[in-house]
Write a protein that binds this ligand. Structure first.
Ligand code: THU
Length: 132
């Protein structure tokens, strides 16, 4: 149930994507243990490398509202892809630091496919703050 509800929030967020260069709109949503939802969509720039992914925007919005890693319960990511949309490598690194290692990440597409995973599975043996 949570997967479908959070995916709906990610689909809503995706509508706000600013992606005139790639024309690839991505949406993300993060829900906290106390039920707050933070949204993200990719925001691109004419200087392409300055673009920001949906997942990181959702996570950063949660942190800007005062959330910490252990306040976060689940994340959903969606794009118009054949298979469920998987976070890029840069996002995996950020998720590994800012999101609980065993919390569900729902990857989806617009056909309604959803695959559940964790950052532990997506980025095993991550470089983290513990290594510094
Ligand atoms: N993108 C995301 O927002 N999240 C991902 O996990 C994959 C890629 C964005 C970045 C860029 O704006 C567009 O999708 C094409 O790569």
């Amino acid at each position: 149930m949570l997967d479908r509800e959070l995916m709906r929030e990610a689909i809503k967020a995706r509508e706000l994507s600013h992606s005139p260069y790639s024309e690839f709109a991505v949406g993300a949503a993060v829900i906290t243990k106390d039920g707050r939802v933070f949204h993200g969509a990719n925001v691109e720039n004419a200087s392409y490398g300055l673009s920001m992914c949906a997942e990181r925007i959702a996570l950063y919005c949660a942190y800007m509202a005062g959330c910490k890693k252990n306040d976060l319960k689940a994340m959903a990511i969606v794009a118009d892809t054949r298979r469920e949309c998987s976070p890029c490598g840069a996002c995996r690194q950020v998720i590994a630091e800012l999101f609980p290692e065993d919390a569900p990440i729902y990857m989806g597409n617009l056909d309604g496919d959803i695959e559940e995973t964790t950052i532990e599975d997506l980025l095993p043996n991550a470089f983290t703050e513990d290594d510094l």
